[in-house]
Design a protein around this ligand. Structure first.
Ligand SMILES: *Cc1c(COP(=O)(O)O)cnc(C)c1O
Length: 395
């Protein structure tokens, strides 16, 4: 039985999987079982923020699990407290953090906070959260319903929980607020929806409007957070003060983790929320190491260098191919290239893979780039040489 056959026989087939067998990695480079190398412009969908096989993270994890991996949240967890403090300090907000294991779980926490706030704050309980049509907030029954893309609301999985309404643009939110609305949840740069960054002015108008009306502004930073945008939070780039922020993907360099942070620090009482694995020694120790690495990487100006260099290469690739591409999108190291035709995206992903560079899809017509934040100039160069070769093949 080949591994591909084994996978198809024993694993539920929820992905249209590519059967390359990766064996190891080094920063933004992956090696398969034949020793072939690939430049990774995906970092495992924005997860491996400090690169594959990061030695500092590996050593921190080894040190931690050779002492303790898990005890439960019934006892103090030193790296959990330290990671929460670190996240709060990097954010600059007066907030407190709850740890789960994924982005969806972080957003579930955000929705629970919003609903409890809606009960505490208003005479008639408010519970409705407005989200956007091209959003993505997760795959649990509730977060998939919070996701505004109708294609995700398959009849097969119904009934879905109430309490969500979708608008196509930020400017449509104002009129949609009624006496059941408790808040608005958005990504500042939509990821799955097509790598679209919102206009700063629009966001800066919405934030004070919500605050004035005691409505919550929930920012889903599962993809944009942890320096992906160039700042620790995209929220800082947009210069707003949300009520709730969620994090996950890049936070622990590949160890599953999710976090929801809020300025409503007393919203939960013991028993209101919880998670068996959330915030355990393994994931939070990994998170601490990742943040330590990225904080100094950013302070030294290296993140900005990588962002600028990547931007140059991306723009030049687009300029050379006006026949297939229309524009670059995104911010920081969360970037996209829009294709004239949606069909092109899969062709580019396939040809890129064949040339040894990994890229992603987003939305209907966008090729998405989420490289490790620590990607080197050499890796960027090599990745774009291969990407260009892939494009030449399509001709
Ligand atoms: C990936 C993602 C999620 C879901 O995270 P999971 O860890 O897959 O549950 C939620 N929101 C955004 C913006 C994401 O990019």
């Amino acid at each position: 039985m080949t591994l591909e056959e084994m996978d198809k026989e024993y694993v539920l087939q929820t992905y249209a999987r590519n059967y390359v067998n990766f064996k190891s990695g080094q920063n933004a480079t992956l090696f398969d079982d034949s020793g072939r190398d690939f430049i990774d412009f995906t970092s495992g969908i924005g997860v491996v923020s400090v690169g594959h096989a990061n030695l500092r993270v590996a050593e921190a994890i080894y040190d931690q699990v050779s002492h303790l991996t898990h005890t439960s949240n019934l006892f103090l967890i030193e790296p959990q407290a330290k990671l929460a403090k670190k996240i709060v300090e990097l954010s600059g907000f007066d907030m407190a953090v709850f740890f789960g294991n994924s982005g969806a779980e972080a957003n579930e926490g955000a929705i629970k906070i919003a609903r409890k706030y809606g009960q505490n704050r208003f005479k008639n309980k408010r519970y409705k959260v407005l989200t956007l049509e091209h959003s993505f907030h997760g795959r649990t029954i509730t977060t998939v319903k919070a996701t505004g893309q109708q294609s995700f609301h398959q009849e097969a999985f119904s009934p879905y929980p109430d309490g969500f309404e979708y608008k196509s643009e930020i400017k449509d939110i104002y009129a949609a607020i009624d006496d059941e609305t408790v808040g608005v949840m958005i990504e500042l740069i939509q990821g799955e929806g097509g790598v679209q960054a919102f206009d700063k002015k629009e966001i800066q108008e919405l934030a004070p409007f919500l605050r004035k009306n005691d409505l919550l502004f929930i920012i889903d930073e599962v993809q944009t957070g942890v320096f992906r945008s160039g700042e620790f939070l995209a929220t800082q780039l947009y210069d707003i003060e949300p009520d709730i922020i969620t994090l996950a993907k890049g936070l622990a360099g590949g160890v599953p983790i999710g976090a929801v942070m809020t300025k409503h620090k007393d919203i939960f009482k013991p028993g209101d929320h919880g998670s068996t694995f959330g915030g355990n020694f393994l994931s939070t120790r990994a998170g601490l190491e990742v943040l330590d690495i990225l904080e100094s990487y950013e302070e030294q100006g290296l993140l900005e260098e990588a962002i600028n260099y990547f931007d140059e290469k991306l723009k030049s690739a687009v300029e050379k191919h006006p026949d297939i591409f229309t524009a670059t999108t995104g911010i920081g190291l969360m970037r996209g290239i829009q294709c004239k035709e949606g069909d092109t995206v899969q062709k580019v992903i396939k040809a890129s893979f064949e040339e040894g560079v990994l890229v992603l899809k987003a939305g209907r017509n966008t090729i998405r780039f989420l490289p490790p934040l620590t990607i080197t100039k050499n890796e960027i160069n090599e990745g774009f040489v291969r990407f260009e070769r892939a494009l030449d093949r399509l001709k």
